[in-house]
Structure formats: C-alpha cells, structure tokens
Design a protein around this ligand. Structure first.
Ligand code: SAM
Length: 209
C-alpha cells in the first residue's frame, strides 16, 4: 500500500478491517517465495506473539505506533500495551482507535525519552518491540545514538528478564552512524553478560537475563 493511500485510508474506519484481511495474502505470498529476509507484517505479529508466549510476558512496549497494526494484532495477548509515537497525527489516531481498550496507553513523543518514563511504570518482565525507524524514517535520520540509549535503559532496568525484539536489522549497516549487527551484539553481550543477541528475518532478538 502506498504512503498516500495509507494516509487517506488510515483516518477511516475501513483501514483496520482492510489491513487485517490484506495481510493474509501477503503472508502466504512471502512463504511461497521461500521466506525472503524481509518478512511481511503478519510474520512480525507472529514473532511478537511467539516471544510473549515463550517467555510468559504480559506487557508489551512498542516504539513506533504508526497506524496501530501491531497493537491491534496483539491486543488479546497482553494485559498492558504501551505504545510510543513521535508523530502527533498518528498518536491522536491511535488514541482514537484504541479508546475502548483501557489496556492500551499511547505515549506521544520521542521513544528515547518515553522508554525511561514507561520503565518507571513497568514492574514485570516485558516484551519490547522497537520499531521506530532508528536509522532513518520518512527521510529523517534523527539521533543516531537513540537505539543504543534505549537498549541500555531497558537492559539496565531494575526488573530483570525483559525481552527485546527490534525490527529492521538491515539498518545496522555500519553506515551513517549506525553500528553493524556484530558491533551491537558484541557491545550488548559484553556489557550485559547473560544476554544473547541474534537476528533472523530482519528482526534482532535480545533474550536472557
Ligand atoms: C515502521 S513504523 C512502526 C510500525 C508499527 N510498530 C507496527 O508494527 O505496526 C515506524 C513509526 O515510528 C515512528 N517514529 C519515528 N521516529 C520516532 C521516534 N523518535 N520516537 C517514536 N516514534 C518514532 C514513525 O512516526 C512511525 O509511525
């Protein structure tokens, strides 16, 4: 779907049901093509749900709400969902979309500032879905140290056992101020012994405690 169509449809009540239906052909087409490295959104939803189940996590913290597709797809799996969106229009849209879901908390602002705020409220091991265009979003680069600062805040939090999934691992390219995946892995596993960092299907996974 083009950005313009998404922008037009995104404000209407047709968007959510349309996206929910359209993701299935996308997903099967991806499987038919032999699961190339960039998966469709349905696979990302399954990954989030799978990690939540595997580690018995009932709180989701998402950086980058966009149109609320991940929140919508995982509503039934979590007791609390915190989602952070920098863009005022998208944050307002998400507030409207989830106004009848009291377990969803939409935070408007920069994830680098909001994650430490949310961590003050979190008192259980939680699943983090970091998906806020860390190395470029909408042709803007933003703060290049944002990802490592958020990872450090989560991994040094008083509650042990948070699990982190980060989308768009291809951004860890070693270019334009981004670390490479190998540098990120070495940095985290060195600073937080017991943590294991790996990547599959363009999603970085950080587990252990
Ligand atoms: C790829 S989309 C997120 C998709 C969503 N997580 C999902 O799975 O449906 C990236 C979102 O991150 C937002 N974003 C970009 N920079 C941000 C920042 N510094 N803090 C919070 N959100 C940001 C963008 O406005 C955009 O809505």
């Amino acid at each position: 779907m083009s950005r313009i169509t998404r922008r037009l449809l995104g404000n209407t009540r047709f968007y959510a049901p349309w996206k929910a239906l359209a993701q299935y052909p996308d997903y099967w087409w991806w499987i038919v093509r032999g699961k190339p490295v960039h998966p469709p959104h349905r696979f990302k939803q399954k990954t989030v749900l799978d990690y939540a189940r595997r580690f018995s996590l009932r709180t989701l913290v998402e950086a980058g709400t966009y149109y609320g597709e991940m929140v919508h797809a995982t509503l039934a799996a979590f007791d609390q969902i915190y989602t952070i969106e920098l863009d005022h229009r998208l944050a307002a849209l998400a507030r409207r979309r989830f106004m009848k879901s009291p377990q969803v908390h939409v935070f408007e602002g920069d994830s680098q500032e909001m994650i430490p705020k949310i961590l003050e409220e979190v008192n259980h091991p939680s699943l983090f879905w970091l998906d806020a265009g860390y190395y470029g979003w909408d042709q803007q680069m933003g703060d290049r140290g944002r990802l490592t600062s958020e990872l450090r805040a989560i991994l040094s939090h008083a509650i042990p056992g948070h699990v982190i999934l980060m989308d768009d691992a291809h951004g860890l390219s070693g270019r334009n101020g981004a670390p490479t995946f190998a540098e990120l892995k070495m940095g985290i596993e060195g600073e937080f012994p017991g943590r294991k960092v790996d990547v599959a299907y363009n999603i970085v996974r950080i587990c252990g405690s």
